[in-house]
Ligand binder design. Structure first.
Ligand code: HEC
Length: 125
């Protein structure tokens, strides 16, 4: 009987040790992303050219009639494109076209920034 008691004791402590040693937490990507704050305050046109100019205008250039007239290479052309109402649905993948064309969707933060800019009446600077 004594032996069984000892065994129960040992099993208890070994499992406790195992649970304890594996319950250590690590910062995984998801937790880090949750804590990432997307700053959508006071966005002006120049804050977004890394999207409009560097990504969109590679295809959507001025005078280009092949891409449904959407031009994204200057402040005025981006504004006019936004006013078609097609851009937000294209980047949110809620319309018939998913932009950027055949590339990864923009990050949630990039989309939030563009929407905040549009809601603030698209200030140039
Ligand atoms: C690799 C080239 C390419 C890139 C990069 C690209 N587009 Fe396009 N875009 C196209 C093409 C091609 C079409 C026309 C789609 C078709 O006719 O099949 C189009 C169409 C559109 C349309 C019209 C959608 C509609 O509903 O009529 C919008 C708005 C648009 N793009 C916005 C953007 C924005 C904003 C970006 C940047 C985030 C972007 N595009 C990046 C190639 C591109």
């Amino acid at each position: 009987m004594k032996l069984i008691k000892y065994l129960v004791f040992i099993v208890f402590f070994v499992s406790f040790g195992l649970i304890y040693s594996t319950s250590c937490t690590f910062d995984n990507e998801e937790d880090l992303l949750k804590n990432f704050i997307c700053d959508t305050n006071d966005i002006v046109y120049n804050d977004l050219t890394y999207i409009f100019t560097d990504i969109c205008s590679v295809c959507h250039k001025e005078g280009d009639t092949e891409r449904l007239g959407i031009e994204m290479d200057s402040y005025l052309s981006v504004k006019a494109s936004m006013n078609t109402g097609l851009v937000l649905q294209a980047i949110n993948h809620t319309g018939p076209y998913k932009m950027p064309f055949q590339q990864a969707k923009l990050s949630d933060c990039d989309i939030d920034k563009i929407e905040a800019w549009v809601n603030a009446d698209m200030p140039e600077n």
